[in-house]
Design a protein around this ligand. Structure first.
Ligand code: 13P
Length: 250
């Protein structure tokens, strides 16, 4: 039985003060949850978030990392810096980084390997654009991303990865993939993992759905057999709304 993961992605929202206020309310609302709860916050909020969630069941992640340990990379934060302050999760390859920061699959692949080397679990994002969906090449796009992003990743790392299927047309648009379509894409990813790593690892990996997840649609999505939880943007910004999603099974 795979444990559900409910991860939030705050994107470029909330200050450290907002962060402390958020967790003051949120921690108590989810204290009884058996689901794995991760909040991926902006770098500037990491210290406040780690402090506010100390000794709770809420884990903190980042939204990106640089795969180099150190160097002349102005404005970047290294995987080693994150490891040193106790970060255990990071989103990698989010479509907004691929689109606005021109991150390629080769780059995503380097980041995934570096994350594991530094004891950080990547939450890898994949998914098709509306144009690719309309052209009928969504499946091919997803398979290519999985193959390239996980290229040469050892099995002991692969079994721990969290993958989020996020159709780009559903992100921040209020349009959610139907539960059947979302499940089909998550199953496609699982089948590809099976081809690459075998049944045992494919059965173990958590595959999430992301794209306009809200308290009103979380239950139907997360009850699908191949959807192991969600990566939530807008609805993770308010403690009550995100707690309702985390507590979808209550
Ligand atoms: P929304 O939930 O705001 O659509 O964002 C999804 C997302 O991009 C999470 O990474």
């Amino acid at each position: 039985m795979r444990n559900k993961v409910i991860a939030g992605n705050w994107k470029m929202n909330h200050s450290p003060i907002d962060t402390r206020n958020f967790f003051e309310r949120f921690n108590g609302l989810v204290a009884d949850s058996n689901n794995e709860i991760i909040l991926c916050v902006p770098y500037i909020d990491v210290a406040a978030a780690l402090e506010s969630t100390h000794n709770t069941n809420v884990k903190i992640g980042t939204q990106n990392l640089n795969h180099e340990v150190s160097g002349a990379l102005t404005g970047d934060v290294s995987v080693k810096m994150l490891e040193d302050i106790g970060i255990k999760y990071s989103i990698i390859g989010h479509s907004e980084r691929r689109q606005f920061h021109h991150e390629t699959d080769d780059f995503v692949n380097l980041k995934i390997k570096a994350a594991f080397d530094h004891d950080i679990i990547p939450i890898l994002c994949v998914g098709e654009t509306l144009y690719e969906r309309e052209l009928g090449i969504a499946r091919e796009k997803i398979i290519i991303q999985i193959r390239k992003d996980l290229e040469d990743l050892p099995a002991n790392y692969a079994r721990q990865i969290i993958i989020a299927y996020e159709p780009i047309w559903a992100i921040g648009t209020g349009k959610t993939a139907s539960k059947e379509d979302a499940n089909e894409a998550c199953k496609l990813i699982r089948d590809e993992i099976k081809k690459m790593y075998g049944t045992e690892i494919a059965d173990e990996i958590r595959i999430l759905y992301g794209g306009s997840v809200k308290p009103t649609n979380a239950v139907e999505l997360f009850d699908m057999p191949d959807i192991d939880g969600g990566l939530v943007g807008g609805a993770s910004l308010e403690p009550d709304s995100f707690a309702k999603i985390v507590n979808f099974d209550k």
